[in-house]
Design a binder for this molecule. Sequence first.
Ligand code: ADP
Ligand code: ZN
Length: 732
Amino acid sequence: MALTPSYFDEGMLIGVLTTQPLDRVLDYRAPEGGCHLGAFVEVPLGPRKVLGVVWGAGQGDYDISKVRSVIRVLDAAPMREELMAFLTRAGDYTLTPMPAMLRLATRAPGLGDPPSMRKIYRLGDTTPDRMTDARTRVLDVLRDMGGLSLTLKELAEAAGVTTSVVKGLAKQGVVREEDSPRDTPFPTLDPSYSGKALTEDQTSASATLRAAVATRAYGTTLLKGVTGSGKTEVYLEAVAECLSQGRQALVLLPEIALTAEFLTRVDARFGAKPAEWHSGVTITERRRVWKMVAQGGAQLVVGARSSLFLPFRDLGLIVVDEEHDTSYKQEDGVLYNARDMAVLRASICGAQVILASATPSLESWANADAGKYAKIELTSRFGAAVMPDMRAIDMRTEQLAGSSWISPTLQRAVQKRLDNKEQALLFINRRGYAPVTICRACGHQIGCDHCDARMVEHRFLKRLVCHQCGETKPLPNVCPHCAAEDKLAAVGPGVERLAEEAQSLFPDARLAVLSSDMFGSARAIKAEIETIASGGADLIIGTQLVAKGHNFPLLTLVGVIDADLGLQGSDLRAAERTFQLMRQVSGRAGRADKPGQALMQTYQPEHPVIRAILSGDEQDFWAAEAGERRAAGVPPYGRLAGIILSSTDVQEVFDLGNALARNDGPLRRVGAQVFGPAPAPIARVRGRHRVRLLVKAPKGTALQSALAEWVAPFRLKGELRMAIDIDPQSFY
Ligand code: ADP
Ligand code: ZN
């Protein structure tokens, strides 16, 4: 194979990958002054100018007289070969066309714009014509800044004056106004700023991780530890090691709501905050992060899964916190699992990966078991905290009135905590008020007009909401089917309805409801979580949002309203998910010095999963679960791919599904089987009919190439769409 040159002189034929949906790299000529491999460029495409990256030498198979020149090279560091290789391999793995992969890596607006400037203010060297209180305050603030500068807004705010006061001083030269690049480096993190004194367990874990990072080579470690054992403290030590080497680190969190707390901890450990990358970050800040990551002006990034595609200059460590969390799987657009892609990128750029969790996924458990990942365990909670006592409440023997869900046993337990001035948490994994709205006259259930899904009543919003497509409508008082008036009734509990019941049972308790849809921003969630942590509520009613990594030191009781909920699905991971969720939720109790208790309401206390959760016998649970999956030949002991076909025309989707199933030669040749087509569990979403096929193959099969060969002959005409989901996590 010919070596790809790293520089192309003016006029040389180059291949440019663009973000446009074309199935090939296009030939262009290098511009005046030449260009680097990986350079971000603007190229002509028909009448338009589009963004692209110099991907290699040109193919030369296009009419040479028609090849056009690159318009300009953008003012951004060229993409490193490591990232080019990562995009290529991630694209091959997920069967995603390269333009879509490139879009993932260029999600910052105005990449090619010249560095944008802003005005900053610092102390000048003249004195004002006359002093006022306001002017004194401005000068005091600037003196306190010790030579550092502020923007107009920051300075006016800090001094408590209007911006015209600052402008007035600037006119006289008392304050100097300067232009400064908007995209500034992030404050330096100091790895030796302040570490906590670690326990013996934590010390040895952190030493192992530091040693791994010091190798500057690829490796993955599963860091398993019960909630509150100090996993975060420990992996921050690995981050410290990485920063001391001058390399960059990335910490992935499953939920934006967790970043605020994490930033505070990074600040305490390293003396400054890291860069943030997620959907809540402003457009200008995103561009700054993207540029600084590429230039080395950001040492640590904390972010959502998409931060894996940032142009790091020298990435040395990726931490995937709560690695079992399902939100690491992107379920639309490019279907990828950030946990797996983290391992892929690290293996390409010589970085370490730490997968942290109290309840690892079976995938990671199996990889550690097979020796592919190293494994470190923290078995006890930090300080005096112990794991909660776990018990089932057998709902078959409880007396419960209709439309109520808190059993007498659970009520007594909550009352006891309230009497002792301790906190209790009631958990239900369902947003909204009620999952079903039914007409008592005709039995009609209100559904979404565009999806085969019931609308969920959200009383807080005073609307019905479709959890599939997000469509909302006001709650009618007339049945849309039989026109009966005032016959519509809510059926089943959601978090809002549970809060209503709790408030009537415990009228004096101060309630806090935590559900992801009830807050406008991550900051609002953070504020509510802080209020709860400091004792501003007695009784917390929450959804999955509370299960993820928050510290509530006063909480001593967790009541799970419906422990059976997750077991009902046909999902192959139903048992695993229930096990993880129940253990995560119950881990919220008893984090400080008071022991905690977890009570789980269930109609099937003998169910093996419920028994495993109660006994805490993890090793047994995983061994049994692994045994079943091995026998069934499903992940992590076999391979799966989901094919989702959709169209507005139901016949068209089934025809394509049947044609695929009939022509399965390429799959059979590698020992893979195809099941289906079958209507998807949610057979219509946003007006599109959905059909699924499932491909199952033995572990070690070269599945992607077989899949690609299989679907290649089928042209997607008109409204038809096909998505291929490698290692599917959800089957809706
Ligand atoms: P995990 O990530 O395993 O849930 P954390 O790292 O969040 O655990 O630790 C739980 C709590 O205990 C946090 O408030 C943390 O600051 C505290 N903690 C853990 N280890 C130590 C330590 N060695 N010294 C002081 N506080 C600690
Ligand atoms: Zn809908």
